[in-house]
Design a binder for this molecule. Sequence first.
Ligand code: BDR
Ligand code: CA
Length: 311
Amino acid sequence: MPPRPIIIDCDPGVDDAIALLLAFAAAAEFDLLGITTVAGNVPLALTQANARRICHLAQRTDVPVYAGCPRPLLRSLVTAEEVHGSTGIEGTNLPQPTMPLQSQHAVAFLIERLTTASTPITLATLGPLTNLAVALIQCPAIVQGIDQVVMMGGSLGAGNITPAAEFNVYVDPHAAKVVVDAGLPLTMIGLDVTHQVVTTPDRLAALKALDTPVGKAAAGMLRYYGQLDLERHHLAASPLHDPCVIAYLLRPDLFTGRPMHLAIETEGTLCLGRTVANGHPTPTAPANATVIETANADGIYALLTERLGKL
Ligand code: BDR
Ligand code: CA
C-alpha cells in the first residue's frame, strides 16, 4: 500500500505535540503533506512555532508548517495555558525553531492541496476547526479532495472546558458546525474515547525509559500536562486526547464506533459547543459521522511507545 496522503491541523499543545511525533514515526504509512496550525490551546504565534519545534525534535524539518486562523469565526479566542503551560508545550525545553514558517496561509494551502489532489487526502484535526471551516466556506469543492476527516473533539458525555462542551468544539462551535454539516466522511473521537486512554505512571515510565531526546521530551511534556488532571480534576491519570486520532488512522482495529447523527450547539449559553449525537439516526436526521466509542488503551500506548522509540 502506498503511504496515505495526510495533513494534520493542530494547536500544539502537549497532546498535539505527541500526536505529531507519532505521525512522524509512521513515515511508511503516512505521506505527511503538511502541518497546518490554528489558535487554540495557545495563540497562533505559539502553536505554529511549537509545531516547528517538534519538527526539529524529530528531525522532520522537511515537513512544511503553515499558520492559519488566529481566532475563531465569531467568538473570542479561549486558550488553555493552565493545561499546556504558557508556551503550550511546557515540560520540555526545546529550542526555538530555525526552520521557516511557510509564507502561504494554512487555509490557502488546504484549498490548493485539496483541489489538486490526485489521491484524496486524509485530514487529522486536533484543534478548533477554524481552518477547515474557512477553507470549506471559501471553496466548497475541497470536499472532493478529502478522503476522510478524523477529528479529536466533542463528547457524548461530560465536557472538559464546561460541563457540556469539549475544548476544541467549544473554542469554535461555529466552525465545528460548518464541518459537521459539510457532508464529509467524518469520524469523531471525543472525550468518551480519550478518557479511556490515560497516561499511567507505568506508561509514562516506559516513554522515559526510551532514553532518547524524543522519549525524554514526550515524558516531560506528558508529566507536566497530567498535573492539572491529577491535582485539580482528581482524575487517577491524565487522558491522552490527540494521539488517538493518529493511532486510529494507523490501527483502526484498536477502536470501535458506529454511525450517528451529529449536531453542534451554537446558540445556547450553558450548552454552547455541545456535540449532540443521536445513535439512532432517522431519515430527517441521518448518520453524518462515525462516532468512536471505545479504545484499546494498552494497544494504543504500546503503539505510541514502540513508534516513538524509532525516532
Ligand atoms: C482537546 O483540547 C486540547 O486542550 C487538547 O489539545 C485536545 O485537542 C481535548 O479536549
Ligand atoms: Ca489539540
